[in-house]
Design a protein around this ligand. Structure first.
Ligand SMILES: Nc1ncnc2c1ncn2[C@@H]1O[C@H](COP(=O)(O)OP(=O)(O)OP(=O)(O)O)[C@@H](O)[C@H]1O
Length: 405
């Protein structure tokens, strides 16, 4: 284990025992020779994973691939069946929400207990209470039993506790999606500052856009094994292609719902042709514009706007956003028109749909997202090519002259 390695997993397996009937579990517990009343299910197999200090890792994989199991083992809430797991730092994990809380205790009591479990003394844990209360913003509920909390309050308290124990490693398992948007933004700011401080972050999401925006590298789990690890863009792209090719049943997670449109509202989307006329029909090869009117209600640092085009089979034809193009949007509140211009549209004739979305800078929080909100047609009376796009091209042929010797 190098001095930079903060998480080191070697040859780790996790097996779950599956009992067909509750009585079989009881029989197993009571049997002296531990007769096998169960079936074995290997959720993780031969995992070797070393993560260095300061890395931001995106953990991806389809449903049931073993992501949560791996995170729980790293977090120490689940034991592996075999292998070694060495962690050299303090871990704060936001896994199943509030799973570490005792429902009968108040928020304050739980926060203090959590702090002591994380290695703080009771005094240190108490000293951090004002910051936790401040961050969680749940007011007087801090002194109510957590069983009375809404799921949003749980996230608030859980995140506040997690980030105020000064962890070296932060694990976030899509927990953020439950909180309200203002709070999500606050959490993301905190995660960014953790990243800047060189802390290690493991982030699980089904949203590849979020993973690409937040992580440096990605680990792809498939059927309980690490299938790929590497550059976040390459691995997530390959994962998306894999999912699209339909190797899997259509169990891709639903999109993360748009955060309530408190910060930004998309008011209108329209298409205009090269002559500035509003229309949704274009000639093949013609340029056109998509004009998005939106209302920014609160200033938003690093606002990102994007448009994606899909064909009728849902193939993602082209996704563009202002961040990828280094185009900065204004951050002050106001009403805006954002125009994206496509020159020489060489999509083949057919009907296409668009998604339009706005995100805060890391891409983790959707401020407003309209899926397949408008469609347009590319028309041509000529039959000139097949497929999805027609690239600019030319043909050439040369006759090979055979020389007799
Ligand atoms: N307590 C358990 N007992 C038996 N099997 C389990 C248990 N927990 C998880 N599994 C199984 O282990 C496999 C991996 O589950 P896990 O929750 O780690 O996957 P995941 O990648 O996090 O999935 P998702 O994206 O749906 O959250 C799944 O097939 C799941 O059914």
């Amino acid at each position: 284990m190098s001095s930079d390695t903060i998480i080191d997993i070697l040859g780790m397996d996790k097996m779950y025992r599956i009992f067909d009937r509750p009585i079989d579990r009881l029989k197993y517990i009571l049997s002296r020779n531990k007769t096998k009343y169960y079936k074995e299910f290997w959720a993780l197999r031969a995992i070797n994973l070393a993560i260095n200090k300061g890395e931001s890792i995106g953990l991806i994989g389809k449903n049931g691939s073993g992501k949560s199991t791996l995170l729980q083992i790293i977090a120490g809430t689940l034991s592996p069946s075999a292998g070694n797991v060495r962690i050299s730092g303090r871990i704060a994990a936001l896994l199943e929400l509030g799973s570490g809380f005792n429902p009968e205790f108040t928020g304050r009591e739980n926060a203090i207990i959590n702090g002591t479990i994380m290695g703080l003394t009771i005094e240190e844990a108490k000293q951090r209470m004002p910051q936790i209360e401040d961050f969680a913003e749940i007011g007087e509920f801090i002194d109510q039993p957590v069983k009375t909390y809404s799921s949003g309050m749980f996230v608030r308290l859980a995140f506040a506790c997690a980030v105020h124990v000064d962890p070296d490693i932060l694990i976030v398992d899509e927990a953020l999606a439950v909180g309200d948007m203002q709070f999500q933004l606050k959490c993301i700011e905190k995660m960014k500052s953790f990243k800047e401080q060189g802390k290690t972050i493991i982030f699980v999401s089904h949203d590849m856009y979020s993973i690409r925006n937040f992580c440096d590298s990605a680990v792809w789990l498939m059927n309980g094994s690490i299938y790929k690890r590497g550059n976040v863009n390459l691995v997530t792209k390959e994962f998306e292609d894999y999912m699209k090719r339909g190797y899997v049943e259509s169990t891709i997670q639903p999109e993360t719902p748009s955060a309530s449109n408190l910060v930004l509202d998309i008011a209108n989307i329209e298409f205009r042709n090269e002559r500035g006329e509003e229309t949704d029909r274009f000639r093949y090869g013609e340029g056109f514009e998509i004009i998005i009117q939106y209302n920014l209600k609160e200033s938003c640092l690093g606002l990102v706007g994007g448009v994606s085009i899909f064909d009728q089979l849902n193939t993602w034809v082209c996704g563009l956003n202002t961040k990828l193009d280094n185009y900065e949007l204004m951050e002050e509140p106001g009403q805006y028109r954002l125009t994206v211009r496509y020159a020489n549209m060489n999509l083949m004739p057919g009907t296409y749909a668009i998604d339009v979305g706005f995100f805060e800078s890391s891409g983790l929080v959707r401020l407003d997202y309209k899926s397949r909100c408008r469609s347009f047609q590319i028309q041509s009376s000529e039959y000139f090519a097949e497929g999805l796009v027609c690239f600019e091209h030319s043909w050439n042929t040369e006759r090979k002259i055979s020389v007799e010797v």
